[in-house]
Design a binder for this molecule. Structure first.
Ligand code: PMV
Length: 328
């Protein structure tokens, strides 16, 4: 039984607008979910039996439903018993892509167990894993854009728009692009935040569409800045500020705790914006200019404010096998 891993992610620019067709930029993080699956075929079974084992108890109904959706996307005709084991270092509910990392690693493990996907890391295999993972993401988030599972599948830094060819930047961890992520600890539900933006769009179409168009341009500009060496830090920070203001003022998905976290970052010299659904969750900023003492101060002050800050490197690899340790 092979074990598969998929990374968490950080949306850098373009969240929410991406649901409505705009570009968004996301990066894979070096936090992972690992999955392994075993399948016992039973030709006479009426359906596929699914049991999910996590490190906390037996999972949940929604988790079971998402895993079943992934398995059905892998092979709608599979009959028998499927067991899936999951372990994760991606914090749940914070906007760091925990559900996508789960769905992508599960798709790879289930494809392996059902012997449907054989050529790991070919482009057809990656596309099949990504599609099956999206079926699971739909159970978690109703109408996801697909950016989370796409970055968890391909890794690195991607520029994604629904229905468009994915743009991938050769930005790996070796580039040393670092961010500070501050988790407000305020839980949020992606589906509800997406629905709130849809309601705003229905109320004030012209203003919200203008914001989407501006966010689209910000994402494309940021993607090109991230690929340049050296990175134009000041230009990137200006886009961080502008994207955050649009999310807060035009789309209404900030939160008092998010604004406190952004202000805390600013006091330590970091330009920060919300990431993911907003209405709680995390903010992030690039740490290029910040000294290690101001970063240490930021981590300490976040803790004093009841939040948690982490410094992370962007551009982890996407889905893949967990290497078997050599025999002792
Ligand atoms: O679930 P999160 O916090 O990673 O947010 C997803 C980003 C959204 O653009 C708000 C929704 C989506 O499906 O792209």
């Amino acid at each position: 039984m092979t074990t598969w891993k998929a990374p968490g992610k950080l949306i850098l620019f373009g969240e929410h607008a991406v649901v409505h067709g705009a570009h968004a930029v996301a990066a894979a993080l070096s936090l992972n979910t690992v999955a392994a699956a075993r399948f016992t075929p039973r030709a006479d079974a009426a359906e596929l039996g699914v049991s999910v084992h996590t490190e906390h108890s037996g999972g949940s109904e929604r988790l079971d439903a998402a895993v079943r959706a992934v398995a059905e996307a892998v092979d709608p005709r599979a009959r028998g018993e499927l067991e899936l084991w999951l372990r994760s270092s991606v914090p749940a509910g914070a906007g760091l892509g925990s559900s996508a990392a789960l769905c992508v690693s599960a798709a790879a493990a289930i494809g392996d167990a059902l012997a449907n996907y054989r050529t790991a890391c070919s482009s057809a295999w990656l596309a099949a894993v990504n599609d099956a993972a999206l079926a699971g993401e739909r159970v978690f988030h109703k109408n996801p854009s697909g950016i989370d599972n796409t970055v968890a599948t391909y890794g690195g830094v991607v520029c994604f728009a629904r229905g468009a060819t994915l743009k991938r930047a050769p930005v790996g961890a070796e580039r040393g692009l670092r961010v500070v992520v501050v988790d407000t600890g305020v839980p949020r539900a992606t589906g509800d935040a997406v629905a709130a933006v849809q309601a705003r769009l229905d109320r004030d179409r012209a203003a919200v569409e203008a914001a989407f168009a501006r966010i689209d341009a910000i994402a494309e500009k940021a993607f090109s800045l991230l690929q340049a060496a050296p990175v134009d830090h000041a230009a990137l920070d200006a886009l961080v500020d502008e994207n955050h203001a649009l999310l807060r003022d035009a789309l209404g998905v900030s939160h008092p705790a998010v604004e406190r976290a952004v202000a805390l970052c600013a006091e330590c010299g970091v330009h920060a914006k919300l990431t993911g659904a907003g209405c709680g969750g995390c903010v992030f900023g690039f740490v290029h200019g910040a000294s290690s003492s101001s970063l240490a101060a930021l981590v300490r002050r976040a803790e004093e404010a009841g939040m948690r800050a982490h410094v992370l490197v962007l551009g982890a690899p996407g889905v893949g096998e967990v290497p078997t340790p050599p025999p002792a």
